[in-house]
Design a protein around this ligand. Structure first.
Ligand code: 3PG
Length: 213
């Protein structure tokens, strides 16, 4: 069976979507899916995020959706009911993480220090979002963390773009990198679809070149 992690490992980039206008949801999802990014994270940072998840899942059942910025058990429930396939949080909150585990909902919690990692490991987490990646020491920090925590897999997110992406992806313990660079909130608010599609296409091309290197 192909798991979400297998799919993420294959996709290598997790588009993070901070959407404020509901009418951007389906056009953006369509562009992402057409360029091979069917796994995407929609952050719960706006009132319409859950409805965006509902609509994308209904229109594109093949999409694999994550709710991001999930901070409480209530949000775990809401995201699950909206149709998300998994959940991501910026930090490690044992209450929220254990709630998701008890509800059989796959969750990737965030960390940015050895102490966070050890707490997350103690609760059984093995795949962690490293956030905010660039502000927390970037590639050098991820490399340092992989030395003592060999079995942990990381999804660095925060400050990543095509300029530093391959440095992260070169680290064997990095499954994928997340980021908003493919479609920023500002670009979405201004309906800059040509620009957004160009960036998504460039990212696909960049990843294809990395694979063929
Ligand atoms: C997130 O929620 O994961 C981050 O805000 C993404 O960070 P970025 O905007 O720097 O990519």
């Amino acid at each position: 069976m192909i798991t979400i992690l297998d799919q993420l490992q294959q996709q290598r980039v997790l588009p993070v979507i901070q959407i404020e206008n509901l009418d951007c949801a389906l056009p953006l999802a369509e562009i992402l899916i057409n360029h091979g990014f069917s796994i995407m994270e929609i952050t719960l940072r706006s009132d319409i995020a859950l409805e965006a998840i509902r609509r994308i899942k209904k229109e594109y059942p093949q999409s694999v959706l994550s709710a991001g910025t999930v901070l409480t058990p209530e949000q775990v429930n809401a995201a699950d009911q909206a149709g998300t396939d998994f959940i991501i949080s910026p930090g490690f909150n044992p209450v929220t993480f254990n709630y998701a585990c008890d509800s059989s909902i796959f969750m990737i919690p965030g960390i940015n220090s050895p102490s966070d990692i050890e707490q997350a490991m103690q609760q059984g987490a093995t795949v962690l979002k490293f956030f905010p990646a660039e502000a927390s020491g970037g590639v050098a920090m991820v490399k340092s963390l992989t030395a003592p925590y060999r079995d942990i897999r990381f999804i660095p997110t925060g400050g990543i773009n095509l300029g530093n992406l391959s440095d992260y992806l070169d680290i064997p313990q990095v499954i994928a990198c997340g980021g908003t660079w493919l479609a920023t909130t500002e670009e979405l608010n201004q309906y800059q679809w040509d620009k957004i599609e160009d960036k998504i296409r460039n990212t696909r091309q960049f990843l294809n070149n990395l694979i063929n290197k």
